[in-house]
Design a protein around this ligand. Structure first.
Ligand code: ATP
Ligand code: GLN
Length: 134
């Protein structure tokens, strides 16, 4: 796909319902995704704080809802497969399912070896190894 700006690598940044994350991560692992970072975050979107309506003013901090941020850096040709998988496993169809941001990444550096670029992004047994070449 013609993402703008064009980049060799992208970070798929998904804000998801915490209870859906085990399902998403095991599906990603199964497809050959090995490198994933998760963080506990809190936010509001259309869902707002609808589960916590009692008390507090309209924009008070206690309206933030607990979410997980999942970050996965992959080469461009793997982006859509990762996004599709996340949607399939995370979607309930209800407000609050989350959102995915796609961010271009300039370089990947493996600390242990100093490798950069494609060599650093490739993981042993990763998607590039497991999938049949196009
Ligand atoms: P090594 O072979 O030296 O172990 P590695 O590429 O497997 O290198 P790690 O050092 O094991 O990387 O990774 C450290 C942390 O970096 C992981 O726990 C994960 O949070 C994050 N990480 C690694 N690769 C990715 C990636 N492609 N996308 C998102 N997070 C990643
Ligand atoms: N694209 C890497 C590979 O195919 C996997 C990257 C990742 O696991 N985030 O090896």
């Amino acid at each position: 796909m013609g993402y703008v700006p064009d980049s060799k690598f992208y970070k798929v940044e998904a804000i998801l319902r915490p209870w859906r994350v085990p399902q998403v991560s095991s599906a990603l692992l199964k497809m050959g995704i090995r490198g994933v970072t998760v963080s506990d975050v809190r936010g509001f979107g259309a869902q707002g704080g609808s589960t916590e309506r009692q008390g507090g003013s309209e924009f008070s901090e206690d309206k933030f809802v607990a979410k997980i941020k999942m970050e996965i850096v992959v080469s461009k040709d793997q982006v859509e497969a990762v996004i599709d998988k996340i949607i399939r496993e995370a979607r309930t169809g209800e407000i609050g399912d989350g959102k995915i941001f796609l961010v271009p990444v300039s370089d990947v550096i493996r600390v242990r070896t100093g490798e950069r670029g494609e060599q650093a992004e490739r993981m042993a047994g990763g998607l590039a190894d497991t999938s049949v070449p196009a």
